[in-house]
Design a protein around this ligand. Structure first.
Ligand code: UD1
Ligand code: UDP
Length: 362
């Protein structure tokens, strides 16, 4: 098969490798980078560290409004699909690159395969929720990270070609953990002792576009009474500057880090606080307590089994849970066994696609 995989944002690069490696044994994969993320630390560093094949196309769309960015991807990706005439297009997750990939391919009658399908926050103010809802309506095959996602798709009438394979982020995590241990020097660079700090990431629109929520997060981090390492997403850096945020000495604000450094920070943190989907799951893989700086999460299983706590942005709640939150000893394998990439490739070898999924009538 000739397969186009479309990626554009940081988590999509990390997820690309396990799938590409498995697919390329039997298929011709063309990798298209939309250019949604473009700073070296948001993009190229992952290609270098993870050995991701160089993109066959870079659409170089850059940043913009949702409409502007999505529209640019639509126009430029359509040309690539028309030229390459792939058998399928693989999209992943819930970014604007995901949405545009789904729209272009389905309108050209190319079956869309959605990896990390069926995730829902049930909050339509989240741009990602809109992207996933549309992508799942248009897809012809669905690879789910969790059983919850399978059930959520079924509730929307989507039951054909739905497969639970686990999380390709876990594949990447397991494969790269030894390399991260060998290659990362971030602990010594920042003079951090293992277990002596908390790790924080923030980039959701709900937190960065709302100055009151962001100010609460800053106040809470200043009050936790422990060293905090905070690699700052460029979107968040802009929002912090606008807010003129002042951090206390315990908060180490740094540039976004590469994957190995991030893994080293996660593995050696005492606690993780984040609004990132990927980092919530990685906290689970690394067996670290996770505080989620949101009011809801897609990764409800991590909350249900007691390893993740939704703390929102209330200063007192964050400060209290930072000190007291303690997950149980048990950790069920809710994200599979780290072979999701292989499972996806095997399943794709067997699937027969009808180009457009029939609409489900109530
Ligand atoms: C996007 C995804 C989000 C995902 C996140 C991963 C959408 C709607 N959102 O959010 O689901 O969790 O990526 O990180 O697709 N910027 C730079 N340099 C870069 C990239 C971004 O400076 O290399 C700045 C720009 O000011 C840009 C802003 O960050 O406007 C937001 O970037 P964008 O890709 O639109 O959304 P993210 O917040 O990164
Ligand atoms: N990540 C990274 N460096 C950082 C912050 C995050 O390598 O400075 C990695 C993180 O380990 C995870 C992925 O980026 O694998 C998550 O991406 P992000 O939080 O940007 O997006 P989300 O997962 O929320 O869509």
């Amino acid at each position: 098969m000739k397969i186009i995989s479309i990626v554009g944002a940081r988590p999509e690069f990390i997820q690309a490798t396990p799938v590409s490696r498995a697919l390329r044994k039997n298929h011709h994969e063309i990798l298209v980078h939309t250019g949604q993320h473009y700073d070296y630390k948001m993009s190229q560093t992952f290609f270098d560290e993870l050995g991701i094949p160089a993109p066959d196309y870079n659409l170089e769309v850059g940043s913009g409004s949702h409409a502007g960015q999505t529209a640019e991807i639509l126009v430029r990706f359509e040309e690539v699909v028309q030229q390459e005439k792939p058998d399928i297009v693989i999209i992943r997750g819930d970014t604007n690159s995901t949405l545009a990939g789904a729209l272009v391919a389905s309108k050209l009658h190319i079956p869309v395969v959605h990896i990390e399908a069926g995730e829902r926050s049930y909050d339509r103010r989240m741009p990602e929720e809109i992207n996933r809802l549309v992508a799942d309506q248009l897809a012809s095959a669905y690879f789910c990270v969790s059983q919850t996602a399978v059930k959520q798709l079924a509730r929307e009438g989507i039951t054909d070609n739905v497969f639970w394979v686990g999380d390709v982020m876990l594949d990447a995590n397991l494969a790269n953990r030894p390399l991260a241990r060998r290659n990362s020097t971030i602990l010594s660079d920042l003079q951090l002792a293992p277990g002596s700090f908390g790790l924080v990431t923030v980039h959701r629109a709900a937190n960065t576009d709302d100055p009151a929520r962001l100010a609460n997060i800053v106040t809470a981090l200043n009050q936790v009474g422990e060293t905090v390492v905070f690699p700052v997403h460029p979107r968040t850096r802009g929002a912090l500057e606008k807010l003129d945020a002042q951090f206390a000495e315990n908060v180490r604000v740094i540039e976004p880090v590469g994957y190995y450094d991030m893994m080293a920070l996660e593995e050696n943190a005492r606690i993780i606080a984040t609004d990132s989907g990927g980092v919530q799951r990685e906290a689970y893989f690394m067996q670290k307590p996770c505080l989620t700086l949101r009011d809801e999460t897609e990764w409800t299983e991590t909350v249900r089994v007691g390893w993740n706590k939704l703390v929102g942005v209330d200063v007192d709640v964050i400060a209290l849970e930072w000190k007291t939150f303690a997950p149980p000893a048990e950790q069920p394998p809710i994200f599979g066994d780290g072979t999701a990439g292989e499972k996806i490739a095997q399943q794709l070898d067997q699937l027969q696609f009808s180009p457009i999924r029939q609409p489900v009538l109530a």
